[in-house]
Structure formats: C-alpha cells, structure tokens
Write a protein of this length. Sequence first.
Length: 346
Amino acid sequence: MVKKYLLPENGQFYKANLHSHSTMSDGKMTPEQMKEEYQKRGYSVIAYTDHNVMVPHPELTDENFVALTGTEYDFDNETEENPYHLIPVCHICMIALDPDNVVQPCFTPTKYYDKVKAFNDPRYQVTYDESQPFYERSYTPECINDVIKKAREQGFFVTYNHPTWSLEGFSIYGKYEGMNAMEICNYGCVTEGYDEYNPWEYDELLRQGKQLYCIATDDNHNHYPIDGPRCDSFGGFTMIKADKLEYKAITDALVKGNFYASQGPEIYSLYVEDNKIHIKSSDAARIVVTTGLRHSYCFYPLEGDTINEAAFELRPDDIYVRITVFDKTGKPADTNAYFVEDLLGE
Ligand SMILES: [Zn+2]
Ligand SMILES: [Zn+2]
C-alpha cells in the first residue's frame, strides 16, 4: 500500500489566524497593525473577518504575508422581552476563496450601517450586489443554512463559530448544514471566560455524519494590551500546509483540509500506511485518538518523559478518527477528522 498523506508530504506550514476584528468594525488594531504584530510572532496569514462588512486588504498581501478577505455575520432575534445576554445567537465567518471575490453575499447595508465604520470610508472597498434585494437575516436554521449555502455557492469558505459563547447546544447547531469547518477553539472567547475549546461539539457534528473540518482562531478584538494577560491574540491558530504563500494556494489548502488547529503543539506529519495512521509531533505529554465511538485511546510516554509520535491501526467499525496532541502544559493541537471508510484498504 502506498502512503496516503493526510497532511501533504510537500510544501510548508503557514501559521494563520482565520478570525479577527480590526478598526473596520469593533477591533482596536488597524489591519496594518494586526499584520505587524502577528508577523512578529511567526504568522503568515490573517483572515480579516470584521463584523457584517467585508473589506478586502490586498495592499497587505506581499511575499511574506497573505491577507484573506472575509467577514463575520451574526444572526439573532433580540427583542425587548428577549434581551441579548439571554438568547442564543449564531455567528459564522466567510472567507473568500479568490482575492477577486469582493462581493458580499446576503448583504443588508442599511441594517448594519452603524456598526460598519468602513462603509463610509472611501479608502476601503465594500461591494455588494445592488441588484439583489436587501437580505433580511433572522435567527432560524432555515435562514442560517440559506446564508451558508449562498456563501458557499459564491466561493466562500464558511466556518461555524464559538458555540459556547453563542449559547447554542446540539439541538440547535445540529441543524446547521454545509459549513466547511467549525471553531474547535476560539481563543478570544476563552480570554473572556467561556469554555470555548469545543472537541465535544465537533464530535457531535461528526457523529451525525457531517463532514467538516476544525480550526482554532483568535477572534481578537485587542481591547487589552498586546503583551498583557488579557490579550486575545496568539492563542488559537491554524497551521496550513501549502505549496507556497499565495492567496489561492492558501485557500486551496483550506478547501482540501490541509491544516490542523492548535493552541500550542505542532504536528509535523500525518499519514496512513497499511491501514495504520502515523503521527509525528512536537513534545507531547499524551496523544489521544478519538473515534466517534466508545473506542478512544491514548498514548503516553514513560513517566516524566514526552513522546513525539504514535501509530495505530484503523478499525473498520469506527466512523472517523481525529487525533489530539497535548503538551506538558495541557495545550492541545487537533487534527481534522478523517472518515475511516475513506482511509481503509487503499
Ligand atoms: Zn462571533
Ligand atoms: Zn468574531
């Protein structure tokens, strides 16, 4: 059997923050400042996903950096009887697969005018299809699924964000269809006190047969000092493996799932050979295999030591496998889920 690489054999890992807010909406850093601070810490990619407004930043892309065009949409049915802090809401991000794709799907300029500083600033381009009626968003699975579908059709990578902060349980998010990925970690929410590491939520969707990837993001707003304890940057990142650091190479890798999510540890390689999965990583205190069934297992080093690899047999009766590498401080790195029937017997 030939080796099947689950993370590509060739290419390079690029560190990415796929969810961020700048001064274009309610963030404190300008897009330029964000680029500078993230680059200092080894990042090569930022998706600029300001609330409800999609502002491309092609001027920030160069040979060492890719600025992905994106936006975050919110859905809520807030009323006087149902104040905002009590109700579940839904947030999704959409990231344009092509740098030329600057037309915002399902847009309602009037409704979001006040939140959208960029809208009246001629320096920034906000584009929507003026021939379309204004899109009225509402907090229903039908509307949310319609926006996801339209965004996918219009060439966007769609992510489902921070279920814990949103107060959404499985009975709600289990109805959402067609997103490319969900946030297994949203670090900004973690810094605000929410338990926004979501492996369980990810498993619930996978067990239902939904094939989606997982990403870790910052969702940074930077209302606190960048080197202080409340800083909401640099805690959740996605390592994207691509041939080169160019816009389309990065988004192709996103669509293919050539990445993993991390809050610290690194994953160097991941492949299947003879129905066995092999993983190599930075120093791990344990490596956990999750299968979607009561079949999980764990690799440990000898006491006080660390391990850097694990290999395990695929079992045909499992639904999927995904692997989590924990470092000594308890920080995880999560692979995407791989469905067993796609991996066996090739
Ligand atoms: Zn959000
Ligand atoms: Zn956000």
